[in-house]
Design a binder for this molecule. Sequence first.
Ligand SMILES: [Zn+2]
Length: 780
Amino acid sequence: MRQRHGKERGEVTRRQFIQDTVAGVAAVAATPVLAALDAPVQTGGSKLPWYRRAYLWGQTNITEKDPVRYDIDWWRGYWKRTQVQAVIINAGGIVAYYPSKFPLHHRAEFLGDRDLFGELTKAAHADGIFVMARMDSNRTADDFFKAHPDWFARDANGQPYRAADKYIACINSPYYDEYLPGVLREIIERSHPDGFTDNSWAGLGRESICYCENCTRKFKASTGDGLPRKADWNDRVYRRWIMWSYARRTEVWELNNRITRAAGGPECIWSGMNSGWVTAQARSFRDLKDVCARADILMLDHQRRDDDTGFQQNGDTGKRVHMLAGWDKLAPESMALYESGPGYYRVASKPAAEARMWMIAGIAGGIQPWWHHVGAYHEDRRMYSTAEPVMRWWKTNERYLVDRTPVATVGVVWSQRNTDFFGRDASADVVDAPYTGFMHALVRARIPYLPIHADDIARQASAMNLLILPNVGALSDAQVGALQQFAARGGSLFATGATSLFDEWGDPRPDFALTDLFACHRVGDIVAPRPSTGRGGGSADAGGAFAPSPSGHTYLRVLPELRGRVDGPRAGDEPAVSGTRHPVLRGFEETDLLPYGGSLSQLRVDTNAVVPLTFVPPFPTYPPETAWMREPKTDIPGLVLSDHGTARVAYMPADLDRRYAREHLPDHARLLANVVRWASHDRIPLTVDGTGLIDCHLYEQPGRIVLHVVNLTSEATWRAPLDELIRVGPFRVTMPSPKGRATARARLLIAGTTPAVSVTDGRASLEIASILDHEVVVLE
Ligand SMILES: [Zn+2]
């Protein structure tokens, strides 16, 4: 049984920890952030429900052919080798793997009268393994459609929405309210799984408005309106449809849980799958915050990295869902062991290094590993060796990987509402890329951070000394108020782009809602990126500000400190710039220009502000003879810095966050990190010196600090798949000592060594000689 600790004790521990080890942070740390997220007190000897004890997961995603070739004994051996505590077994939905009493519940083509789901469930239970029955329940074959034509989604012309040869069931129809509950009950009565998950529980996505009779009637009853005729983010009715669609998914979530618990007992939970990508969640009306509040366990279907966001994105996902759900809930994640991208090869092995690093990056962020094979028989058997070593390592070191709370002083603010109503149809560019740019820059600078939902600022930000707002255009008045209070208590802000220029519906405000803190004001139209006003037109509007232009390149001029409105001499005839530069410009001593690439427009800057960067407008790229600056100097700010008591505020109209995500220029990462350090008063709980790209996650456990370092340095750092791990090191690490104690012992869980530790002023220093894939430092 793992160690658990009560809330009260945890609070004291964290408060002491923060005060003792990060001197000065306590200026804003009235209540440590993590206390609010603490697990409920575990009293007496009561056993935790199964979904809090199942750490290692496996899934053989059964194909229709498998009933005639599923070697159950072999797979039982594989379960044992990989030490899984829970498995996901296909039960019903599109395809049934048992002889269902519902005549239209399509049996797998090769099932015959076999009850494969029942046999596998029995085998797993006999081996002491929990079973989650997998449903995939949003479409049917032709015969079902013909029997219940009024249960299916329809386009504006009344034609059914289809996916290949299947018909999409409407989420507002009796298919979800009557038929699926019957199937869930049948599965429970027959085979008694421990819970349910569902691959596509949320039904038809945002791209397709359903005009079936059920939707027409229910939307009218709920809102008094007819269904929107088309997607139009400025249309009040379309906005209502978006919110109404979200509410229905939440209703389905709760309905399914009522059904499964009533039939299978209080621990027979239903937990549909979710993506780690907020834009994907938005497109399918799965509100991550609502889901995390309701889910007993987060089932993440987020199987691989993509080249834009790297392995580090899985660490970010783990932190994001735990900050919403609490760090006591588990969040297993389906991890593809087949080649899953960019090319898709369901029965070929993913290179072991690539699969392994995705697993490790997730574990570092608090995710539990879950191997995933498609099909029960493979001629490429290399995939069977990938998960076992990771799972074995987890088992040995489990106590350092769960029941831990993160340590960070920097929060990155996000909200799905912003993805929807500010990002609209361009959220990948307008919302995701700026967030990703900060994620990459913080990882590169080895600055621990946590994703903070914009609704949770008051609750979670008190232990933070800096909140980053990466182009968070849409903020409600309440969210703005929470940010103002955070700053009033001494917390610093670093905002970019269109932050606070829009309300929660994406309607423009007359000025920044945070204009006093930004120490600058909107003048006319802001060129800073803003969303499209309708469907499809997004990239022209939003992209115009930041798309690389063949006809012009732009720059930011690096200035000595200037007070108030920039008033430099005219271009072309002045001596080189000289003077004392602001600390955010550290490392740029040898340049007066930084590459930028976007556009900026005028702002009116308060007299108390500093403007260390100004905009250099575009001039020709081709032919090279024309590549000279037509306007070397403007007074258009690229960065505005101001002090507000102990709070420091940086407002960066330039979208360097997004540009770093897209273009990967080191100058942009350096500048972002410099501003973060300045705004944080240089109070970052971790420093790591040494060469290499690494992702650092810092945690606290009672009497213990845990540092998880993931090596991202590889021959495929920015492009999957990874084939070869490359060793890096040595690293000199400085981190808080447990409870600020004057002595501490360290162990490296991978290297198996015990490096020497020196403690000065509550900060412990030690060396990691080298890291191949990852290392975990345990300081006690
Ligand atoms: Zn419908």
